[in-house]
Design a protein around this ligand. Sequence first.
Ligand code: F6P
Length: 367
Amino acid sequence: MTECKTAIKKIALLTGGGDCPGLNAVIRGVVKTAIRKYNWRVHGVPDGFEGLVTGSSLVEMTEFGIRGILPRGGTILGTTNRGNPFEYVTAEGGKEVIRDMSDKVVENLEILQIDALVVIGGDGTLAIADKFTEKGVCIVGVPKTIDNDLQATDYTFGFNTAITTATEALDKLHTTAQSHHRVIVVELMGRYAGWIALESGLAGGADVILIPEIEYDIEKVCSKIIRRSRTGSKFSIVVVAEGSRPIGGKMVFKETGIRGRSPRLGGVGNIVGEQIGERTGMDVRVTVLGHLQRGGSPTAFDRILATRFGVAAVDCLASGKCAHMVCLKTPKIRISPIKEAVASLKNVDPEGQLVKTAESIGISLGR
Ligand code: F6P
């Protein structure tokens, strides 16, 4: 369904999937707009869709209750990567059992008299939201993820903060790499997309940037480092997106096959570091930036984008539209059907302007 059935009096909002900076700014935008502009009541759902399976711990949100959350990282509502109601994992008689609890969620929404839901999440959470719209739940989505890999929007909030954090880390690593004449390999997040690595690598002056969209040749990476060393730059910074892989090779995972969880990438930085050490004979160190990229206070860009998304999500519901996601089509905030938004990921174009810009100034993409 794409139209709300009833006039809205009460909405609920939830944050799902991995957290990222700016979630609280969206929550603030939603709560303030719903109360001030439309006189609706707003309930916060704890821990994503999980909170709607139990339906017991929703809290009424007030402007007073959300004071001071704009600059705060994380989410005051809590979140989880598990808890998909369509494949809900429970322990019964000491055994793991998978149940479809989606009808229970719909029933809880009815009992709680929630007319519409604002779902703030990445591709996984929004795909779940899409399935609930097919069950008649009125939902508007807000795109969140540090990975910036959602097709329908120019930017997701959280991404700008993540690349700012990564750029600051690269600046710091530069000074120590230079002092010690070392190669420093920095593994960054981003899942199957290279946006974080490419953009922070560009901003942080990396010498090599490896991304999932371009399979790398380790020999090319090493020749770049050796060339630099021979011409007087006896240090190099190599940025490696966690989803990078060598030509004809595989991505490196820390954990796969756990029910209800996405596979966890990680470890390619150490492999690349070892190979560079063996081939160049240089002193190599590896830094995995990890969840630092997801934490902390959102940048001004993310606070503004998150606020615009929060306001637009409520306006979207007020206009009677469901099953849509707010998105940035610079310079405007627009809406696009959730189904289309989650249909495919947004990847870096290996022949695009950003990659060409990097290559024009001598950054190696490992090809
Ligand atoms: O999608 C956001 C993200 O931070 C990815 O970049 C990363 O691969 C993943 O989540 C890490 O997930 P977790 O917090 O479950 O380790």
